[in-house]
Design a protein around this ligand. Structure first.
Ligand code: GTP
Ligand code: MG
Length: 199
C-alpha cells in the first residue's frame, strides 16, 4: 500500500475518547517492549510517529494514527511488564480489554511476539482470548534480524506449536522483511469491509 499520510490523532483511555468517524481500525498488541510501536513506524515508513523506547512500558494509552485519511492503526500499551507502576498496571486490563472486546470498528488485531523468546503464559492467554472473540487476528514474530535463519526457523516452529499450529509471520522493523505479508493481511481485512461503521 502506498502511504500518502500518517498522522497521530489522539490518545484514549476509554470509549468516549475513541474516534467517532466510523473508520476501520487495525490494532497492534502484545507484551511490553516486543516492538509494537516500531512495527507501526516501519510499516508506514515514518520514523518516530509511534513513540518507541528501550524501556518497556513506553506506550501507556490507546493511540490512534490515521492512515491515508482512510483507516486507523491503533497502538495499544503492552502487557506483562512488572516494573510499570501499579496504578497503570491496574488500568491496563480493563482499558485494553474494553477496546478489543467492544470496538466494532476493529477489523484486524496484530498480535506481536518476540521471535527470540518462547511465548509466555500471557501471550497464550491473549491468543486464546483473541480466538474466543472470533475476530480476525494474525501473529507477528518481531526482531527476526536478531537471529540466524536456522534459529529463527526453529523458534517459529516452536512458537507455532505452542500457539496451536497457528502460522506466524516473521518480521524485522530494521530490515522491514515481512512487511509485504503483514500489509496483505491488513488490506484483506480493510477492503473486505468498505462501509464505515457509525457511532
Ligand atoms: P511498549 O510500548 O513499551 O509496550 O513497547 P513496544 O512493544 O511498543 O516496543 P518498541 O517499538 O518501543 O521497541 C522496543 C525496543 O525494541 C526498541 O529499542 C526498538 O528499537 C527495539 N526493536 C523493535 N523492533 C525491533 C526489530 O524488529 N529489530 C530490532 N533489532 N530491534 C527492534
Ligand atoms: Mg509502544
Amino acid at each position: 500500500m502506498k502511504i500518502k499520510s500518517a498522522t497521530f490523532v489522539k490518545s484514549a483511555t476509554s470509549p468516549e475518547h475513541y474516534p467517532r468517524d466510523g473508520r476501520l481500525e487495525v490494532a497492534f498488541l502484545g507484551r511490553s517492549n516486543v516492538g509494537k510501536s516500531s512495527l507501526i513506524n516501519s510499516l508506514l515508513g515514518v520514523k518516530g510517529l509511534a513513540r518507541t523506547s528501550n524501556t518497556p512500558g513506553r506506550t501507556q494509552l490507546i493511540n490512534f494514527f490515521l492512515i491515508n485519511e482512510s483507516f486507523y492503526f491503533v497502538d495499544l500499551p503492552g502487557y506483562g511488564y512488572a516494573r510499570v507502576p501499579s496504578e497503570i498496571k491496574k488500568d491496563w486490563g480493563p482499558m485494553v480489554e474494553k477496546y478489543l472486546a467492544t470496538r466494532p470498528n476493529l477489523v484486524l488485531s496484530i498480535h506481536i511476539t518476540d521471535s527470540r523468546h518462547e511465548p509466555t503464559q500471557l501471550d497464550l492467554l491473549m491468543r486464546e482470548w483473541l480466538e474466543s472473540r472470533g475476530k480476525p487476528f494474525v501473529i507477528v514474530a518481531t526482531k527476526a534480524d536478531k537471529l540466524s535463519s536456522n534459529k529463527l526457523r526453529a523458534n517459529l516452529n516452536r512458537a507455532s506449536a505452542v500457539y496451536g499450529r497457528k502460522e506466524l509471520i516473521p518480521y524485522s522493523s530494521v530490515t522491514r522483511k515481512g512487511a509485504d505479508r503483514i500489509w496483505k493481511e491488513i488490506v484483506k481485512q480493510i477492503s473486505g469491509q468498505s462501509a464505515p461503521i457509525s457511532g
